[in-house]
Design a protein around this ligand. Sequence first.
Ligand code: 5AD
Ligand code: SF4
Length: 463
Amino acid sequence: MKPPRKLHIKSYGCQMNVYDAQRMADTLTPEGFVETANVDDADLVILNTCHIREKASEKVYSELGRLRTIKEEAARNGRQVSIAVAGCVAQAEGQEIIRRAPAVDVVVGPQSYHHLPQLLVHAKRHGRALETEFPVEDKFGFLPPPQPQAIRARGISAFVTVQEGCDKFCSFCVVPYTRGAELSRPVARIVDDVRRLTDAGVREITLIGQNVNAYHGEGPDGRIWSLGKLLYHLAELPGIARLRYSTSHPRDVDQTLIEAHRDLPALMPFVHLPVQSGSDRILAAMNRKHSADDYRRVVDRFRAARQDIAFSSDFIVGFPGESREDFAATLALVTQIGYAAAYSFKYSPRPGTPAADLQETVSAAEMDERLVRLQGLIDSQQSAFNQAAIGRTVDVLFERAARNPGQMVGRTAYLQPAHVMASPDIVGRVLPVTIESLERYSLLGTLAPSAHARPSSPLHTGA
Ligand code: 5AD
Ligand code: SF4
């Protein structure tokens, strides 16, 4: 029997890329590949790239420089290493990658991962990289085989893709171009994936999509189902302890989704709801199609439905035309909403997007200063949110053994890591933990006494 070939995947960017990396690994397992965490051991290295901001794209070329050295060193030792570039940079700059990085054997876009085995054979046979065409039709099933397929369970938490692509066309964003038009998967396919994962021991499902709450998939009744309706349905399936979804657009929050948060204990009260800016002028220039007040109203509706709900968001500072007043409006919005976490980025013009044609008006120094101020505010909110857990008893879904011997780690409803001393058999259970202290972003606590006395209760709502 041939020894297994080793596969190393380095993933950048969003949750969809994490999911895609797992999907690629699953596609290559039947081809005799096993995953390795060590890039120096690998026979095949896949860079799963992100094109969302300039910085993310640039990383690809510096990483490819490093990989080329590894490949040449291996060749001197008589070992062949292949390099593949996947993800959104592959999609957007395929030809450029082949031109700039001749060490690359395969360039493959997100719609073509199921062709990876054939692409590797092609590269080996012809000794040069082939850029796949990225047929959008593939998404509609004109070309075999249909995808995405369910990924193999890898622990107790898993992502399931429910929709891909985005039709929103925010003026700064490449996603509608790299990931294409919005397409929702049928409910039956999603249910199959979830069943397969829960049968393999998964307890937490995060439904993912670039614009997940725009979901409008075909239901088993032949009607179009919304994300809210899908969540009600999935919450009924056996084995599900927790449901999440990401990433949402404020314009697509409908009443059923709000009610799902009111009615479904399994639906976690933590919503990633990017706003990007607190200034109506900038939101309009971003083509967000909502105002800051629209956003406030959406947050209020969620809060009215579920008191303990918390939010995270994304922000861009230094968008063309952003004045001091506009930036102050962003700080004011953050202060008013109070986030449990948030990500903030300096604006970077992306080729092909409408905003790339706008005159940049915010100097690099000013952009840096705004980013530092915004991140300072967000950090203080996050710390306050984490501090507030101390002394409380909260539900934790346990995932695995921690680094320290005897310690187990899981996550709270708000994705905070929580550590306790406990036996490994708590993996996969939701147990109440009394939080005693905070170490950086991690909560430390002890299992609440009742946890020892009663059986697993996935729907326990805590104190
Ligand atoms: N410049 C800076 N940040 C961007 N994002 C998307 N495009 C850009 C860009 N051109 C940010 C947005 C988005 C997150 C995933 O990345 O905040 O929500
Ligand atoms: Fe990009 Fe806007 Fe779509 Fe989000 S909603 S993926 S920011 S275009």
